[in-house]
Write a protein that binds this ligand. Structure first.
Ligand code: NDP
Ligand code: RET
Length: 315
């Protein structure tokens, strides 16, 4: 009997997929790590990573009894090649079946009031962070001819939003990079999935809002500063409250479905992104956002969540 049991256990362990997730100190990364680690069929062994291990308590608490079993916490800073190498090398056989590139940060406000260094940090984290991870992990996946790369992008990887110029640029970079890479990946039987959430209520929302409120707007003209304060910041919380999903919602969606190449998680938001695909000239989404923002409709998404019907010409 004993050898039979151990063979069965061995088979189960073999079938267990190893998952590496970045940015697990809070939000989507934390929720996904915990959800996968708590999987009833124990399908996953999760390496939940974060850049600063002093922030691990929230994850450790949420992981509960899975900690040290189906969930392990490791240090990984997506802005450091060395940290990525050390983390990946510490995983048995460097085996990563599923990579979730989640670590990211926001930045809002008029570009006149942001430094190039601040913008560089956003690109370095959101875009080059993904590139660094893949440079380390992709060759192993190619060799094995198996692997799934899940990237937390954003609806802003498809359509820019007022005062999110650099953040949107970083997510557009992610999308262009992945769209190109997906063709090669297919040759190696690898799957790439871009997850495109709309607003999600996490630390991200708080950090971005607080930074926006503290921003020194003296380098901007009065009209721009007023637009940022009295249109963007004023409506920000309401937009997140009426449209926002939770980190758990996003985790559930990722786990429930085998995501296609692009997956928008928020059906309330799709009317806005559909405009992009509906008009190859590109005027329709810009005109629509313009009208929403500047024609007495600071908040385009009413509390019940239904979006107004877009029209294509400015009044
Ligand atoms: N919230 C939203 O509205 C949306 C978010 N997204 C995307 O979802 C992803 C997760 O964000 P979300 O959960 O909302 O926000 P959180 O702020 O809650 O989580 C972001 C995570 O990324 C980590 N991080 C930041 N920089 C680095 C780095 N250099 N190396 C490793 N980890 C890092 C943070 O760590 P630390 O605690 O150390 O700062 C944190 O764990 C991001 O890519 C974001 O762009 C997409 C659409 C909407
Ligand atoms: C607040 C606000 C707007 C919308 C903001 C949104 C929708 C933010 C979404 C953020 C996301 C998705 C972040 C992460 O990727 C509008 C429409 C410009 C109108 C002016 C005020």
């Amino acid at each position: 009997i004993l050898p039979t049991i151990s063979a069965a256990i061995q088979l189960k362990i073999m079938a267990q997929k190893t998952v590496l997730i970045t940015g697990c100190s809070s939000g989507i990364g934390l929720a996904l790590a915990v959800k996968m680690a708590r999987d009833e069929q124990k399908r996953f062994k999760v390496y939940a990573t974060m850049r600063n291990l002093t922030r691990k308590d929230k994850l450790a608490e949420a992981a509960g009894r899975t900690l040290g079993k189906t969930l392990e916490i490791k240090q990984l800073d997506v802005c450091s090649e060395e940290s990525i190498k050390t983390c990946v090398s510490s995983i048995p056989d460097r085996r990563i079946d599923i990579l979730v590139s989640n670590a990211g940060m926001g930045l809002i406000g008029p570009i006149e009031c942001q430094t190039i260094d601040e913008m560089r940090t956003v690109m370095d984290t959101n875009f080059f962070g993904l590139v660094r991870l893949l440079k380390e992990i992709l060759p192993d996946m190619k060799k094995k001819k198996s692997g799934h790369i899940v990237i937390i992008s954003s609806v802003m990887g498809i359509q820019g939003i007022l005062f999110n110029d650099v953040y949107a640029a970083s997510k557009f970079a992610v999308e262009g990079f992945c769209e190109s890479l997906a063709i090669q990946a297919l040759k190696f039987k690898l799957q790439l999935s871009l997850i495109e959430p709309g607003p999600v209520i996490t630390e991200f929302e708080k950090k971005v809002f607080e930074d926006g409120m503290k921003m020194d707007l003296s380098a901007a003209d009065e009209e721009t500063a007023d637009m940022f304060t009295n249109i963007y910041l004023k409506n920000y919380k309401q937009i997140f409250q009426s449209l926002g999903q939770s980190a758990e919602d996003i985790a559930e969606i990722i786990l429930a479905e085998n995501p296609p190449f692009r997956h928008q998680t928020n059906t309330l938001y799709t009317p806005m992104t559909t405009l992009k695909y509906a008009d190859p000239n590109g005027d329709l989404p810009i005109d629509t956002f313009y009208k929403m923002v500047f024609h007495g409709r600071g908040s385009p998404f009413p509390a019940n969540g239904s979006c107004r019907r877009p029209t294509s010409r400015l009044p």
